[in-house]
Design a protein around this ligand. Structure first.
Ligand code: HAM
Length: 431
């Protein structure tokens, strides 16, 4: 029988890799809580219609990349390809929108049926941040700087911020008329995919990956020529503020994003340290999404960072986890029982404890303690166990070190005193 394998484009994250993931996640969560952004968790599986109505028919995500299936009740379900639509739905469903400001984040797996390569998977993870109810252009600045600062905090260099304005709904409607006329005049030269998009969603032709169509589009009317005075003013404010805050950016008039819900500010952050999948963060404003989904008209802006790509470029210093504070070496039946009792006592302290249950020789267990960089060892043999005692000492010190102490299993105070004195930890024993 063939070995069972994970599906293409999905990966197992093993404990060694997860140290870096956890360090990265902790730094991110710390930054977000400092900005008073609250976590939200939504289901991984949603009604397919949610994504069709938000991301848009005619987008690559909806047309080609969704994991969609009928459940046993014949309902069309989809594994979420992104998080913004679900967050909007959750706020509408829970009546959390009227006149409120919501600053939310989420982290978790997303699913897109794409061709896997380095930094591109079918199951990948995103950190998403959504500011919902916020209209002021300064909220755009807050969102962009939050994304930028998270990446900086993780020590990621070679970052490039690109921005564009997609105007409001009316600007895009005006543009669509001119663009459609141009598309019809150039119909014969378009690729098949683009031809199919003309009636469904012509603006998505701007995302085409076809090099001939991309070249042809150089001569098409540009969206920025159709922005109203008001939209242009908003956009200028954002560019000025970014300059004021010394956040380097380039304007990219071709940046339209691959999802339909955006208006006004759209931005992406790329890193030259990544290969072809260089976009580590993408986001923008989506003022029309919530009323389009049946909620009250609510302005909003957000971004998502691809965690796999982030992990690829985050510094190697983040790969290290915390080493065990105490390694419990023990041999013999009585000793093992006492070791288990002690490990339960130690779990009340803010310590990492490794309990050796191998039954191998003392010298082997010491070797293992050394290998995992344990700061200290507890040693229990059957003789000590008979007296309900164990000895504890700092590791890596010479045998003659004077920090070794015999302690009775009942003497929690003495144990705590030793830990405080020797392990240099900010420990808190639960009383
Ligand atoms: P997005 O640009 O589709 O935006 O995805 C955001 C990020 O997710 C990308 O920049 C990339 O780093 C990562 N990503 C996307 N697809 C893959 C993949 N197949 N494998 C690995 N990483 C991937 C959104 O999803 C929007 N919901 C962002 C947003 C939030 N806009 C407003 N609020």
């Amino acid at each position: 029988m063939n070995n069972l394998k994970n599906l293409r484009g999905t990966t197992d994250l093993l404990p060694e890799q997860l140290k870096k993931w956890q360090n990265v996640e902790n730094i991110i969560k710390d930054q977000l809580s400092r900005a008073n952004v609250k976590e939200i968790r939504t289901p991984i599986i949603e009604m397919t219609e949610l994504f069709i109505r938000s991301i848009g028919e005619g987008t690559d995500v909806v047309n080609k990349e969704m994991y969609t299936f009928l459940d046993r009740g014949e309902r069309s379900c989809t594994l979420r390809p992104e998080g913004t639509a679900s967050v909007a739905r959750a706020l509408i469903n829970n009546g959390n929108l009227k006149g409120t400001f919501n600053k939310l984040w989420y982290m978790g797996p997303m699913f897109r049926y794409e061709r896997p390569q380095a930094g591109r998977q079918r199951q990948f993870h995103q950190l998403g941040v959504e500011f919902i109810g916020y209209e002021s252009p300064n909220s755009d600045i807050k969102i962009i700087t939050l994304a930028w600062d998270i990446l900086q905090k993780l020590g990621i260099s070679e970052l490039n911020l690109e921005i564009n304005s997609l105007g409001d709904r009316t600007d895009r409607e005006n543009y669509k008329i001119a663009f459609l006329k141009w598309l019809k005049d150039n119909f014969d030269d378009l690729d098949q995919d683009s031809k199919a998009r003309i009636n469904k969603n012509p603006l998505r032709i701007l995302d085409t990956k076809n090099p001939d169509t991309q070249r042809l589009l150089e001569n098409a009317p540009k969206l920025n020529q159709f922005l109203s005075e008001k939209s242009l003013e908003r956009y200028s404010f954002i560019k000025n503020q970014l300059e004021f805050l010394k956040i380097p950016f380039v304007e990219n008039l071709k940046l339209v994003r691959g999802l339909d819900y955006y208006s006004h500010t759209a931005f992406e952050i790329t890193s030259s340290a990544l290969g072809s999948q260089a976009t580590v963060c993408g986001g923008g404003r989506y003022d029309d999404l919530i009323d389009q989904m049946g909620g009250d008209k609510t302005p909003a802006i957000g971004f998502a960072i691809g965690l796999e790509r982030l992990i690829l470029i985050a510094g190697t210093s983040l790969e290290k986890g915390r080493d065990p504070d105490i390694y419990i070496v023990n041999k013999g039946q009585l000793a093992e029982s006492l070791a288990i009792a002690l490990s339960r006592i130690l779990s009340n302290f803010d310590l990492i404890t490794e309990l050796d249950l191998s039954g191998s020789s003392f010298s082997r267990q010491f070797k293992k303690a050394n290998k995992c960089n344990a700061k200290s060892v507890v040693v229990i043999g059957d003789e000590e166990a008979k007296k309900n005692e164990f000895s504890i000492k700092l590791f890596n010190n010479s045998i003659e070190n004077n920090n070794e102490l015999k302690i009775s299993i009942e003497d929690n105070a003495k144990l705590e005193e030793w830990i405080l004195k020797n392990l240099n930890l900010n420990i808190s024993a639960k009383k």
